[in-house]
Design a protein around this ligand. Structure first.
Ligand SMILES: [Zn+2]
Length: 399
């Protein structure tokens, strides 16, 4: 048994300080508090150990993306996030012409088949142009079961999540078809009222795509999608807690309302994550990154419109340049308790994706997926299925 010991180990039952983790091949064999039962192989004093992050909403990173480019580009994007702590992730697509979405779903299904990603997330094409954010309104479609079936077939069983706007005609039938197929339906990029959102939840929607962003805001007489998604206990809510997409107050309120177990931290990263400012793409849309904030350069539906930091069209925030590790660090700095952050970054998304029996917590029997962080929650080493990722192990103290 390989022993890692001496650090603060974040488990579902609380923080073991100090604690130890025993590994058996790719799995966690045992976890305990206090001194290690034998001489540890790795001394973790002064470090935190979090479960490997599970990012269920990411479009790219490190200069490449899932939404365009080659299969090698997609693998590079996954490797970028993996090396920064996201030991499981979905590949998220944005709205695009149907044939292109089918082709990309088919290509990414190969990456899901070999374990590079944990599956696919379709953010579109059944979205509301009124809340399009950086999504291309030219390719948005009314919800259609036949179109869903085509995309589902292209993904060969690896489609895990579809984001849709429930106020669009035909949405209820797609929600039911997706739910029957075992695909999580997420409400997002929507102008739905609270009542329409509640109806979608009754029809089977169980998740919110980046709560607050790309949806009708909460008004005290018309609480909108935000109010309904917060109100219903069975709904898990994503937040992009990167300090750009949301006020920390909004993050804390969502965390308090949903409680531990129903909040999900996501990166919503695009290609520019981890890269310098400059020009990038998010699907068909041109994006400019300045000061680490990605914004839409122009609106193809309204090419003459001047830019500005609106919620749609030019100036709209176009995905993030964050990693989930950065979001975790920000959420902790915003005041969320470390165990709740670990739940929101790992345990809960793993459960949403049906992976709870395999990963998402530092518990015996699960994969040895973990992130060693310094006192400031910067990742120093990442282990996936019992193997240190390149560059990890030599940065850790040997006893
Ligand atoms: Zn997204």
């Amino acid at each position: 048994m390989l022993l890692l010991a001496g650090g603060r180990i974040v488990t579902p039952g609380g923080v073991l300080s100090p604690g130890w983790i025993g590994l058996a091949g790719p799995l966690i064999d045992a976890v305990g508090s206090g001194d290690a039962p034998e001489q540890p192989a790795v001394d973790l004093r002064g470090q935190w150990v979090l479960p490997g992050f599970v990012d269920m909403h990411a479009h790219g990173g490190g200069g490449t993306s899932f939404t365009e480019g080659t299969e090698d580009d997609a693998r590079a994007a996954a490797a970028f996030h993996r090396a920064r702590g996201s030991t499981s992730m979905l590949a998220s697509l944005v709205t695009a012409p149907l044939a292109e979405l089918e082709a990309r779903a088919a290509m990414l299904a190969g990456l899901a088949g070999d374990g590079t990603v944990a599956g696919l997330h379709l953010e579109g094409p059944f979205l509301s142009p009124a809340r399009r954010g950086a999504q291309d309104p030219r390719h948005m479609l009314a919800p259609d079961v036949a179109v869903f079936e085509r995309l589902h077939a292209a993904a060969r069983g690896h489609l895990r999540v579809i984001t849709l706007a429930p106020e669009l005609p035909g949405a209820a039938r797609v929600i039911e078809a997706a739910t029957r197929a075992g695909v999580t339906v997420a409400v997002g990029h929507t102008d739905a009222t609270a009542d329409l959102t509640l109806a979608a939840i009754d029809a089977g929607a169980t998740h919110a795509t980046h709560l607050f962003n790309g949806m009708r805001p909460l008004h005290h007489r018309e609480p909108g999608a935000v109010g309904a998604l917060l109100d219903r206990d069975e709904v898990t809510c994503e937040v992009i807690a990167d300090g750009v997409h949301l006020s920390d107050i909004a993050v804390r309120l969502a965390a308090r309302v949903k409680g531990s177990g129903r909040l999900v931290l996501v990166s919503d990263a695009m290609a520019a994550a981890g890269m310098p400012d400059g020009s990038y793409r998010l699907g068909s849309m041109r994006v400019t990154v300045a000061g680490g904030v990605a914004r839409l350069l122009e609106d193809p539906a309204d090419p003459g419109r001047a830019g500005g930091p609106g919620q749609a069209g030019p100036g709209a925030i176009a995905g993030s340049t964050a990693t989930l590790a950065g979001v975790v660090r920000h959420a902790i700095a915003a005041g969320l308790p470390v165990p709740d952050v670990a739940a929101a970054a790992s345990t809960t998304p793993a459960r949403v994706l049906g992976l709870a029996g395999r990963t998402g917590a530092l518990s015996p029997g699960l994969a040895a997926d973990l992130v060693v962080c310094d006192d400031d929650f910067r990742p120093r080493a990442v282990m996936r299925q019992g193997e240190w990722l390149p560059g990890s192990a030599d940065t850790l103290g040997k006893p």
